[in-house]
Write a new protein. Structure first.
Length: 148
C-alpha cells in the first residue's frame, strides 16, 4: 500500500527573486510574476500553502506597453461620494506613479481572498534601478526564460 506524503508549511524555504522589467511588456511580466508569487513553479507547494516567494521588480518606470493601450486603457477610482467617479488613462497614471500599472495588473491576477492579499504583500516594485533588499541576496531571473 502506497501513501502520499505532503510537504509541511515549515518545510518551505523563503526564496527571493529579482526581476528587471526594462523594455518588457506589462502583460507578460504580470503573468509570470503572479504565477511565481503563487508558487506555481514549485511542484511541492500546494494551493493552501504560503509559497514564501518574495519578488523585487526594478526598472518599472521603463516598462513597455503599446501606445494604443496607453490612451485607451482607463483606471477608475471612486471616492464614495455622489459624482466622485474618476477615470484616468494608463499613460497619465504611468507618468505620475510609474509602478502603479504593474501593481494593478499583478493584483488582478491573484486570488481575491485573504491569501491573495498575503501573497501580494510579498511583491516589491521600484521605478528605478535601486532597491533596499541587497541583504537578502535575491536571485536574478529573466522573464523570457520562465515557462509556466
Amino acid at each position: 500500500m502506497r501513501s502520499t506524503t505532503s510537504i509541511k508549511q515549515s518545510d518551505i524555504k523563503e526564496k527571493w527573486y529579482l526581476v528587471d522589467v526594462k523594455d518588457k511588456r506589462i502583460g507578460r511580466v504580470a503573468t509570470v510574476v503572479s504565477q511565481l508569487l503563487r508558487g506555481r513553479n514549485n511542484p511541492l507547494v500546494r494551493p493552501y500553502h504560503n509559497p514564501k516567494v518574495k519578488i523585487i521588480i526594478i526598472n518599472a518606470g521603463s516598462i513597455d506597453f503599446t501606445e494604443k493601450k496607453g490612451l485607451t486603457k482607463f483606471y477608475k477610482n471612486y471616492s464614495g461620494f455622489p459624482g466622485g467617479l474618476k477615470f484616468v488613462n494608463l499613460e497619465d497614471t504611468f507618468k505620475k506613479f510609474p509602478e502603479r500599472p504593474l501593481q494593478i495588473a499583478i493584483k488582478g491576477m491573484l486570488p481575491k481572498t485573504k491569501k491573495g492579499d498575503e501573497i501580494f504583500s510579498n511583491l516589491y516594485i521600484y521605478p528605478g534601478q535601486d532597491h533596499k533588499h541587497e541583504a537578502q541576496r535575491p536571485e536574478l531571473i529573466d522573464i523570457e526564460d520562465i515557462k509556466l
